[in-house]
Design a protein around this ligand. Structure first.
Ligand code: NAI
Length: 388
């Protein structure tokens, strides 16, 4: 039974996870090396809970109880009676190794040691431990209390008991759990790459501007946010860094090639909303162009980005990164896609999507457009991901 939960890192993610754990009745210890950060975290959580009280989502008694169950401390020793420790510190493998080693020396034999990493391998993180079978990835999305999806990633060393324990706990927290293979980007950060990459490529070729591409994907495709608006939200520095790390981790597969445009925007300090300017100007909104609402152009853009996304989702099935159900859940619950990509290809027709990809592949002669073998097989066999 997982009762007491330790969290390392009182930043954005650590705080959000602590809030969820406490709201679900667990005793929580949040450890950070920076006392200032701990104070900030505590004050931040107080504010968030006050807002929930105002909205009548929780009572003021709930608020007090939630806060009382959480201890903020810089003393790692207070993690010692945890049943599960979730690490959410800086994304640096050497520092994570150090921290995991130190924590293992404090906790019991049965304590599960999890990482919230977005991009590092769980196998590598676990290699720092004497008992690596207790190591697992539990990947929340930002903001953790609001985003329903959690990816659970067993490493090659992870045992069944650890996996089952983690899955059961996070399901009890009423999160949507998907399990995925310990591969770069897990499900969401892998399958979503073309949403940014292909949109940037269309822009770079001069086919359409940012506003038009965003219009095509939102108005015609049903996506909540267009790729350029979304990149401006995430931050071009952050989004570029994820793309580059996935690209490198896939041994420079051209499907994941980062874009010069985004690199230059990041270098110029056009980071997005947080800097007042990204692909759009947030200080002078009137300076932004209106989209070209030509339906033929818009449909071309939507088809091109969507067939690349679908190809990526199919590749994730093909390479056993996750089950078709989990891959569709991940994209609808993790990044709010209007439909699961695999359900979408079933609906649009596998032959149609293969045709779109084959056309791009023939036209450009670039490997990034190669249709996945599973797609070809499904066309040949006339099969669907979700036949009923
Ligand atoms: P953050 O920068 O907001 O917080 C990190 C915290 O860790 C800081 O308070 C820092 O003082 C503390 N820290 C650093 N080294 C430490 C050490 N050796 N011992 C104790 N505390 C230490 O970072 P954020 O955004 O919360 O990310 C944390 C982790 O979660 C990273 O692995 C990141 O990849 C992952 N992640 C981040 C998401 C996001 O959108 N921010 C989404 C999902 C995962």
């Amino acid at each position: 039974m997982i009762s007491k939960i330790g969290i390392i890192g009182a930043g954005t993610m650590g705080c959000g996870i602590a809030q969820i754990a406490s709201q679900n009745g667990h005793e929580v210890v949040v450890v950070d090396k920076e006392t200032l950060q701990l104070e900030k975290a505590k004050a931040g959580l107080d504010k968030i809970l006050s807002r929930l009280c105002e909205k009548e989502r929780i009572t003021s008694e709930d608020k007090i109880a939630i806060l009382n169950r959480i201890t903020f401390t810089s003393e790692f020793i207070q993690l010692s009676d945890s049943d599960l420790v979730i690490e959410a510190i800086v994304e640096n493998i050497d520092i994570k190794h150090e921290v995991f080693k130190a924590v293992e020396s404090l906790v019991s034999e049965s304590c599960i040691l999890a990482s919230n990493t977005s991009s590092l391998s769980i196998a590598s993180i676990g290699s720092a431990l004497n008992k690596a079978n207790r190591c697992i990835g539990i990947h929340f999305f930002n903001p953790a209390p609001l985003m329903p999806l959690v990816e659970i990633i067993p490493a090659v060393q992870t045992d069944e008991q650890t996996l089952n324990g983690a899955v059961e706990l996070i399901k009890n927290w009423k999160k949507t759990v998907v399990t995925c293979k310990d591969t770069p980007g897990f499900i969401v950060n892998r399958v979503a790459r073309p949403f940014y990459g292909e949109a940037l490529r269309i822009y770079e070729e001069g086919i359409a501007d940012f506003a038009t591409i965003d219009w095509a994907l939102t108005e015609l495709g049903g996506f909540k946010m267009g790729p350029f608006t979304l990149m401006d939200y995430i931050g071009n520095d952050v989004n570029y860094a994820v793309t580059e790390s996935v690209f490198k981790a896939f041994y420079y597969d051209s499907r994941f090639k980062p874009s010069f445009t985004q690199k230059r925007y990041a270098e110029a300090g056009f980071l997005g909303r947080k800097s007042g300017r990204g692909y759009y100007n947030y200080k002078e909104p009137n300076a932004n162009k209106e989209p070209n609402k030509d339906r033929v152009l818009g449909t071309y853009i939507l088809d091109r980005v969507r067939c690349m996304l679908i190809n990526e989702a199919i590749d994730a099935v093909f390479m056993n990164v996750g089950s078709p159900t989990d891959i569709d859940l991940a994209m609808t619950k993790g990044v709010n896609y209007p439909k699961g990509l695999l359900a979408w290809v079933d609906e649009l027709g596998h032959k149609e999507i293969l045709g779109q990809l084959q056309h791009l592949f023939d036209y450009y002669g670039e490997d990034r457009y190669r249709p996945n073998p599973l797609l070809r097989r499904m066309v040949a066999n006339k099969t669907k991901f979700f036949p009923h």
